[in-house]
Design a protein around this ligand. Sequence first.
Ligand code: ADP
Ligand code: MG
Length: 625
Amino acid sequence: MTVEKKPFETEVSRLLDIVTHALYSDREVFLRELVSNASDACDNHRYQVVSNKSLKDEAREYQITLSVDEKAQTLTVSDNGIGMNHDDMVSNLGTIARSGTAKLMEQIRKAKKAGGDGTSLIGQFGVGFYSAFMVADKVVVTSRKSGEDKAWQWVSDGKSGYEIDSADKENAGTDVVLYLKKDAKEYLETIRLKHIVEKYSDHISIPVMLGEEKLNRGAALWQRSKSDISEDEYKQFYQHVAHAGDDPLLTLHWKAEGKFEYSSLLFIPTLRPYDIFDPRREHHVKLYVKRVFITDNCEGLVPPFLRFMKGVVDSEDLPLNISREVLQQNPLVAKIGSAITKKVLGEIKKMADTDDVAFKDFWYNYGQVIKEGLCENVEHREAIFDICRFHSTHSKDEQVSIADYVSRMKEGQDAIYYLAGEKMDILRSSPQLEAFKKQGVEVLLLNDMIDEYWLPAVSDYKGNTFKSAIRGAGDITGQSKPETPEEEKEQALAGQNDLTKYIKEVLGVSVRSVRLSKRLTDSAVCLVTDEGDLDANIERLLKMQGKMETAYTRILEINPDHPVIKRLGDMVKDGSAWEESSVTRDMVWLLLDQARIAEGDPVLDPAKFSERLARTMEKGLSVAA
Ligand code: ADP
Ligand code: MG
């Protein structure tokens, strides 16, 4: 058979170009990546053996071996793990399996612009193997897959493509041979290699050998006692399990004993993982059973709203030899999941209470994801609320907790008020807030997309219901407006009733109804909804997603104390507003558009809007002249 030549996937070529040319400092991390892959390959094989009785005879002692050939100037990383066949090589070493590459490239470009080099980003997005080309100008991978007879060889110079050919290999597993570049001969030195393995790979649970010597400790890190583990060891382990290049923001290491037993070593990444908004919402915490790696996607082990967590959970009680699918249905998984959720939320709360800076970073990166838990996770809802923060009229700079909000509620205040929309500055200057400001009632300002999903699902917080500030009549504490004398009030009301009728007649179906406002103090108009109606922002979202076709018309509230409204009222009363040529019709339409603009919505009909505005200005100028 002739040698098969294949080009790299475009993405791989681009990445390799960056890897070989730009990333020069810290290139020793290539060894961490290759050892990490060898370790994963052994873990995978061990799982095959324990979960599949027919492979029982395949059980073996795992080992990763480094060897140096002075004459050929090569460094080889070998393992006796799962191995790869022809197709595995094509898909694993010729393409980029993970979707994070584009993002990595972007990050590297950014890092370079900022004066850095981006090396620390390698491995973060699952492209670790290619880091071999930082130190080698030729890489030969020879591998035999466990349970198969044929071995294969993959050869590449890391430029345009690679070649695959059949090969001879006695044992199952993989040898990665690096033909070291001229300026990378230091990686032939025993001391150098020993140092790198100790530095990055000490936590790997499979022995890494160089000659007769074992270079790493070879015990599962999460099984060791906390006092025995340095911060740096935690960090190296984190970078290994998470395929990450950053530091952990929070490290949680504990052992649960009692009804069920498990060890857990979990991390919150400092940098938000690139796939956090992937619609599959999968977590990647690895599940081990009695030190055997089972899966990194066990549904129910970590709830979706904590999917940014990385690390390991190692159970003593789950059965080893059942398939991944059946394992997920084991009720013990749900119990461990719940215990983990409780623990993690508790630790985040501690961070919120003690380390403001770290917590702010946390909330900035993960707040939107955490809020998903408010609608989905009834069991832990209160604990989730404890770590949620929201913008509010209480402060321009600091976000507030619901507990703080409740502690500031006014006497007679019947609800937790919120105003939801897309843009914070529009929310902050919204006319709907006027009466709240006047009465000193705080309003939460919610501008995350996710807020529209948890709000309808969560009726209350400790007995206080959530209520939209634009819904209902605007009575907040039952004392919104100062009393005016009865007679005067009736007179005024009669006039204003005519005015609301007039406005409704002009606007027709563009508004549902027109009424006097109890919530406005400065602005002339605003749009509101009734109790039980869709919130304006949900309506906006549904329209955006094409789920709703026509506008769900809203109620126009007018401020009877506003000079424009007063003048309009007079003109309705004396009949002049009803004249065909009257400018009041234009004004009424302009008022509606003004209310829309205040919410960040476009005017109803831009052409007509301009005409009306021009006519009104003309009229205003001729009066002034
Ligand atoms: P990652 O380890 O994040 O998946 P890498 O670029 O490091 O990404 O490796 C790509 C893939 O190549 C691995 O997912 C694995 O399928 C395969 N691979 C690499 N090294 C080995 C090895 N020593 N044994 C078996 N498979 C390997
Ligand atoms: Mg890897």
